[in-house]
Structures are given as structure tokens and as C-alpha cells.
Design a protein around this ligand. Structure first.
Ligand code: M6R
Length: 368
């Protein structure tokens, strides 16, 4: 059933173009309204939403972090992101104008379920993004958007994550549409961009060999860092989590802008650092990230740079350069995550670890 792949994880990474395409399918007709699955929240209620809180654990939490950027940008509604295990212990301010969005691949994560129960007690509306039909989390929510990634077997989430990110974009666009912040043709334009993403993912898969080679070259590293800005920041966290889970080495993701506030002190000769460079254009994010690469390289880091086609600024500072297709800034996680997943799987495989069933981990965490 591994379809010729050594590990389920590699098979699931390979299925990502269809996971994304299937999650988009059937939800939109040109110029028409987006259709979501079980939406037991009326448009009137949605228009009254004045705060959105996105809650999840692990990799799903990083999808939530991406969601915040899309939701605030497209809907102009304040959005918070919270780890499910922390949410209800901080006495959060919720009422019936609060929309709580939870994200869970399995639909059975206990921390997330407890957050949902708490939110509903406080009269908030709960919408869940979930990959598992009929699981507990969608059953206990007011509304559901199913991701259509297909069953995920490997403990490390891959296609589940990409599908979650797509569902978050769909939700953000849906709210933007209901609130009148975005109209049909704008939404069509954004959806068309998302519709082209599966080709971009396919390209990252086709170029996967460079990640396999890199995994061999970096074998023996006991610590690897990941830097990103904007939506590249959750991608950095996700790249680090994959490596921790599978390779059992120290891996950490940082917001690139935080470097000089502390983390740069750990940079030493030969330390591998992945840097996800945002597309050029907005808020000088690209320029600022390039200068971060210069700073770490001057201190001896071995830089692995993920940058879009045509970005020549990074070339002098990249020990390894991974090219990404040109996509809008907000959508970049859908392509930039892929090489990091391949890298983690290959790195762990070369260490002789069980890539599908890493030590100490379970596929769904049904205890708090
Ligand atoms: O099923 P969920 O999405 O609720 O699971 C959340 C986390 O337990 C999960 O993403 C975990 O971090 C994965 N092992 C990451 O690869």
C-alpha cells in the first residue's frame, strides 16, 4: 500500500498536489459564492463576528499561524492564534460574536476537543477544519470544512498540513465574501492562484533529489535551524518540528527578525540554517531576509536558502539554493514546506529511523 515508496510519509508527501486540488474542488463556481461543507453558522451570524481565534496543536497549529495572516489580510477581522493546550487556561475573552476555528487532521485530538467544549460553553461559535469524516471534533462543532487529503498514515503530518492551509484560505475568503470585504472577481483571482499551486508542488517533488543529496551532506548534524518571516515563519517552525519528530535532533525555527534579539548568538561555524525567503515586493520582507542571511553567513552558518525563481540577491550568500516557483506571498507555504518535509524524511531515513512511526509519538493524541 505504500505505492512503491519506502515510507508512507514519502507517499503522502507525493500525494500533495492532489490533496490540495481535492480540497479546492467543488467549493467554488466562477463569480459565484464559495461553498463550505456543514455550515450551521448563518451569514448574519458570520457578519457579526468581531474576533476570530484559531486553535490547534502541533503541525495543525502552524497551519493556524498561516491562517492568521490570510484572515486578517483578507477579512480585516482581528485574529488570534492559540495552542489548544493553553487556550482555556488563560481565561480567554469569548462571546457569541467570537468565531473559534479549530484545525485537526485526525479530529480526535483531546486538547483541541477540550478547547471546543470550553468555547461553546462561553457561547462562541465553533468551526472546525478536519480531515477525518465523522470524527469527534467535527461532530461537536457548529460548522465544518473538511480537507480532502485522504487518510494520513505516517505520524508526521504532511499532506494533512497543506490541505489545512488551503482550507484556511477558503475560510478566510468565505468570511471576506460574507462580510463584503472581497467580491466575486477578486475571489476568483485568488482561487485561480491557489488552483495553480498543485503544479508548483509537483515541481518541488520532481526536484526532490536535491533534498535527498542535502540530507546526505548534512548527515551528522546535531542541530539545524530554520528562519522565516511572515508566513515563512510558521513554515520554519514546521520544518524544525518535522526534523525533531523524525530525526530526534535539535531543530529550531525562528522568526528571522528575532535573530538579533538573541538566537544569532547560537550561530557557529558550520551550523546548517535553512532560510525561507519571501517573494520580492511587499514590505521589504525579501530584502530584510537577505540581510539576515548575510548576518548568519558572516558568523559561519552553512546556509540553505529557499528563494523564488529569479531572486538573484540571495545567490552570493547561499551555500545551497533551493528554487521555489513564483507565487503570491501568502500562498508560499504551500510550496516552501514541501522540500523541508522531504529533507526531514530523508535525513531520518538515512539515520536508520522508522520514518512512519517515530519513537514516543502517536498519530492521534487522545489524552491531554
Ligand atoms: O490530528 P491533529 O491535527 O489534531 O494533530 C495535531 C498534532 O498532534 C499533530 O499535528 C502532530 O504535531 C504531528 N505529529 C506533526 O507531524
Amino acid at each position: 500500500e505504500k505505492g512503491g515508496f519506502e515510507w508512507f510519509m514519502l507517499k503522502e508527501i507525493d500525494e500533495q498536489p492532489s490533496a490540495v486540488a481535492d480540497t479546492l474542488r467543488g467549493r467554488h463556481s466562477p463569480g459565484g459564492l464559495l461553498q463550505l461543507d456543514e455550515m450551521r453558522i448563518s451569514d448574519t451570524e458570520l457578519r457579526e463576528v468581531d474576533k476570530i481565534i484559531v486553535i490547534a496543536c502541533g503541525t495543525s497549529f502552524y497551519a493556524a499561524m498561516v491562517a492568521k495572516y490570510a484572515i486578517e489580510h483578507w477579512t480585516r477581522t482581528p485574529c488570534e492564534v492559540e495552542l489548544a493546550s493553553e487556550f482555556r487556561y488563560r481565561d480567554p475573552i469569548l462571546n457569541k460574536s467570537t468565531l473559534v476555528v479549530t484545525i485537526s487532521q485526525s479530529g480526535e485530538t483531546m486538547d483541541t476537543l477540550m478547547a471546543i467544549r470550553y468555547a461553546r460553553q462561553q457561547r462562541a461559535r465553533v468551526l472546525s477544519i478536519c480531515n477525518t469524516n465523522g470524527s469527534t471534533i467535527p461532530r461537536e462543532s457548529d460548522a465544518v470544512i473538511y480537507t480532502h487529503a485522504g487518510p494520513e498514515v505516517a505520524v508526521a503530518s504532511t499532506k494533512g498540513f497543506l490541505a489545512q492551509v488551503v482550507a484556511c484560505y477558503l475560510l478566510a475568503l468565505y468570511i471576506a465574501q460574507v462580510k463584503g470585504m472581497k467580491y466575486g472577481d477578486e475571489i476568483d483571482g485568488i482561487l485561480a492562484e491557489i488552483g495553480r499551486i498543485p503544479d508548483g508542488i509537483q515541481r518541488m517533488l520532481d526536484e526532490g533529489d536535491q533534498m535527498r543529496k542535502l540530507a546526505t551532506e548534512l548527515a551528522g548534524s546535531r542541530s539545524i535551524l530554520f528562519l522565516g518571516r511572515h508566513v515563512g515563519y510558521p513554515v520554519a517552525l514546521e520544518g524544525a518540528l518535522k526534523l525533531k519528530e523524525l530525526a530526534y535532533i535539535h531543530a529550531e525555527g525562528f522568526a528571522a527578525g528575532e535573530l538579533k534579539h538573541g538566537p544569532i548568538a547560537v550561530i557557529e561555524q558550520g551550523l546548517p540554517v535553512f532560510v525561507i525567503v519571501p517573494p520580492k515586493g511587499r514590505d521589504q520582507l525579501q530584502e530584510k531576509t537577505v540581510s539576515n542571511i548575510q548576518e548568519i553567513r558572516a558568523r559561519g552558518a552553512r546556509t540553505i536558502v529557499l528563494a523564488e525563481d529569479g531572486d538573484e540577491d540571495v545567490v552570493p550568500y547561499a551555500d545551497h539554493l533551493i528554487r521555489l516557483p513564483k507565487v503570491p506571498t501568502l500562498l508560499q507555504p504551500l510550496v516552501s514546506t514541501v522540500p523541508l518535509q522531504i529533507f526531514a524524511a530523508e535525513f531520518a531515513s538515512q539515520l536508520g529511523h522508522d520514518v512512519d512511526q517515530p519513537r514516543n509519538l502517536a498519530k492521534s493524541v487522545t489524552v491531554e
